[in-house]
Structures are given as structure tokens and as C-alpha cells.
Design a protein around this ligand. Structure first.
Ligand SMILES: [Zn+2]
Ligand SMILES: [Zn+2]
Length: 359
């Protein structure tokens, strides 16, 4: 059922006659508004038979009494189409309060109207062909689904395997072979950087600005009238409305493209101090080469890395532990032996570390 909003007919607009062919006696090109019954055999007009005429058969609705009132109502008792304004069927007198609206044709490009009634046999055949095609496409989709399921299954297997291997652990003993620390200060420097942008986007503190006139272009989509389309008003009449298409067009406005210089802080270098187990950690000495103007330096961050290097009994594997703080790091001594759990992925479970003996 059509909602009135999707098929609005305005009483003021120019109305043309839809055509219909009588399927009882074969009379063709009957007028949708003027011929509510076949003038030849008296058969009632069926709204399903209406079609748009070709330009050669275009006829305006000229009856001065005709007024558009909406999509026809189909009498629920005798199937006769009635004016939307009617309350009772003009054929059988039946109450139209529960009547359904007549079928309405979708809008059609005026240039593509052939002006013939639908070939019902061909439409049925086309619909069947479309259904068969859709069915075979669904089969193709299921093959894709099988592939997706296989990929997901493989991923689950890999994740599962990873979890199993990481949970399965064995005990081993390891000894501290080395201890070291690094303290790093990151230094950034104020330097002149060149850039280029549209005039409105140049940073406020830029200098050495050189601008040249340049058109700034972008693409806009625009609607334009690209013909007309026939719109079925559902009462045996139709109207013609502008058909709109969209196209892209380039819009250019005069602007300026500027190159400029700007002073910005950027990463310059890291200064590192490092030491072994017997050296007290200290921060490296940082003295800025300059403190203001271009070339000025400043500290941008500090980082401490504490390493305890372990070797297993066969001295073939090395594991590095990073204690959370210096107080923990200093409790380790080279040569000390520990028991620890290692999983099948060779990942040491550092929370299982236990001191075995002190040398
Ligand atoms: Zn007829
Ligand atoms: Zn009726």
C-alpha cells in the first residue's frame, strides 16, 4: 500500500491521462481519467493495467469537473476503483472506509516511456530469472562464508595454542651474569623549520613569509534538471516533474599559497649515563649550548633503565629482567642463583623468581 507522502499529487499541477488496455475485448489506449469503464465492452478499469503513454499519445486531462483528490480507493467488495473522495462504491454502494489504495507506478523517466502496457508473461519470466540468479549468488556467498569460518577457526586454534603454550611452564635455575643501568636525558632544540600552507592556515608566529596568488579548488556536487519524469498520481492521471541528477563540478576561489619559516622545538639527542653493579646510578650532565633564541636547548624527558641479565645452567640462554626500581635492582648480586618458571614460549615468569643460594 502506498503512503500518501511518497506519491503526492498536487491539485494545481498539470494532469495527463494514464492509458489502459481492456483485457476483455482488446481495446487499447483507453484514458485513465475519462474511461472508468471500457467504452467498448463495459469492463471496469483495473488500476494495475495503467501505463504511461508515449509522447505521441500524451493527452491532458481537460474535463472541467475533474479535480485531483488522491490515489484511487479499491472497493473491498467488488474491486472497482473509486475516487479518493468517495465514501461509498459507485458500482455496488459498498462502504469504502476500509478500502485499500490502488497500485501506483513508480516514477519513470519520460524519455524512456515506450507507451505500451506491461507484458505480464515477460515480467513473470524476468522475475523468475532474477530469483534464480539471486539463489545462485547466495550459493557463492556461502562459499565465502565457509572460507571466513575456516579463517576464524584457524585464528582460534592459533590463539588457543598460544594460551596453552604460555600457561605450560617448567622450572629451571638461572644465575645473575651481569647487572647494568642506564639513565637517559632527552634534549630538544629550538630550530627554524620551513613550511607552506594557504594564507589562512599559516601559523601566527611565522616569518619570512612569501605568498603567491593561487586558485584554491575543491569539488562540489550540484543538482541539475536532467529531463523530466512521469509521476503516477494513482487516480488514472499522472503529472510530469523535473528530474534531477547530480554531477561534480570544480569550484575555485582566489587565494594565496605561502611559504614561511617558523621556530619550533624538536627532538635533538639523548645523553646517556651508564654503569655496572658497583656504580651508583647518576644522571648524565646536561648543559644547554644556548638557553634562548635559535639553537637553544632544553631537557624534554628522563628515563631510567635497570637491567639484571641472567643465564641458564648451560649458559646458552640469556634472560633480561627489568626490576621496577633501584631498591629492587640493588638486591641482586652477580653469581646469585635463582629458581624460576619458564613457559614453552621461552618467556620467564619473573613473579616466580626465588633466591636459591648466595655465593
Ligand atoms: Zn473492453
Ligand atoms: Zn463496490
Amino acid at each position: 500500500m502506498q503512503s500518501p507522502n511518497t506519491n503526492p499529487g498536487n491539485p494545481g499541477e498539470k494532469a495527463y491521462q494514464m492509458l489502459w488496455d481492456c483485457r476483455f475485448c482488446g481495446t487499447t489506449k483507453l484514458l485513465g481519467v475519462d474511461h472508468r469503464h471500457c467504452p467498448n465492452c463495459g469492463a471496469p478499469q483495473d488500476p494495475e493495467w495503467r501505463y504511461f503513454p508515449s509522447d505521441a499519445d500524451l493527452k491532458e486531462v481537460t474535463d472541467p469537473k475533474y479535480k485531483y483528490t488522491g490515489v484511487d480507493k479499491i472497493c473491498p467488495f467488488c474491486q472497482q476503483p473509486n475516487s479518493a473522495a468517495a465514501n461509498f462504491c459507485k458500482e455496488c454502494g459498498g462502504d469504502l472506509s476500509s478500502a485499500k489504495q490502488a497500485a501506483v507506478r513508480g516514477p519513470m523517466d519520460s524519455a524512456q516511456v515506450a507507451g505500451i502496457r506491461d507484458d505480464v508473461v515477460k515480467m513473470k519470466f524476468d522475475a523468475e530469472q532474477a530469483a534464480i540468479k539471486a539463489k545462485s549468488q547466495r550459493k557463492g556467498l556461502s562459499r565465502l562464508q565457509i572460507a571466513l569460518i575456516a579463517i576464524v577457526g584457524l585464528c582460534l586454534l592459533l590463539v588457543g595454542g598460544y594460551v596453552v603454550l604460555s600457561r605450560s611452564t617448567y622450572g629451571t635455575s638461572i644465575a645473575v651474569s651481569d647487572m647494568n643501568w642506564q639513565r637517559i636525558i632527552s634534549v630538544e632544540q629550538l630550530s627554524a623549520q620551513s613550511g607552506s600552507d594557504w594564507r589562512g592556515s599559516v601559523p601566527g608566529d611565522a616569518y619570512n613569509r612569501v605568498c603567491v596568488a593561487r586558485d584554491r579548488c575543491h569539488t562540489e556536487s550540484e543538482r541539475y534538471v536532467c529531463g523530466s519524469e512521469n509521476v503516477d498520481r494513482g487516480d488514472g492521471s499522472f503529472t510530469r516533474r523535473d528530474k534531477y541528477c547530480t554531477r561534480n563540478k570544480q569550484v575555485c576561489v582566489p587565494d594565496s599559497w605561502c611559504s614561511y619559516t617558523v621556530d619550533r622545538w624538536g627532538f635533538a639527542r639523548n645523553i646517556t649515563a651508564s654503569g655496572g653493579p658497583n656504580d651508583t646510578p647518576v644522571w648524565p650532565n646536561f648543559t644547554p649550548m644556548r638557553t634562548s633564541g635559535l639553537g637553544a636547548e632544553r631537557e624534554s624527558g628522563r628515563k631510567e633503565v635497570l637491567n639484571v641479565v641472567f643465564k641458564d645452567e648451560s649458559q646458552s640462554k640469556t634472560f633480561t629482567y627489568n626490576p621496577p626500581n633501584y631498591t629492587t635492582w640493588i638486591t641482586f648480586k652477580p653469581g646469585q642463583r635463582y629458581s624460576v618458571e619458564v613457559n614453552r614460549l621461552e618467556q620467564v615468569q619473573w613473579n616466580t623468581l626465588k633466591l636459591l643460594s648466595a655465593q
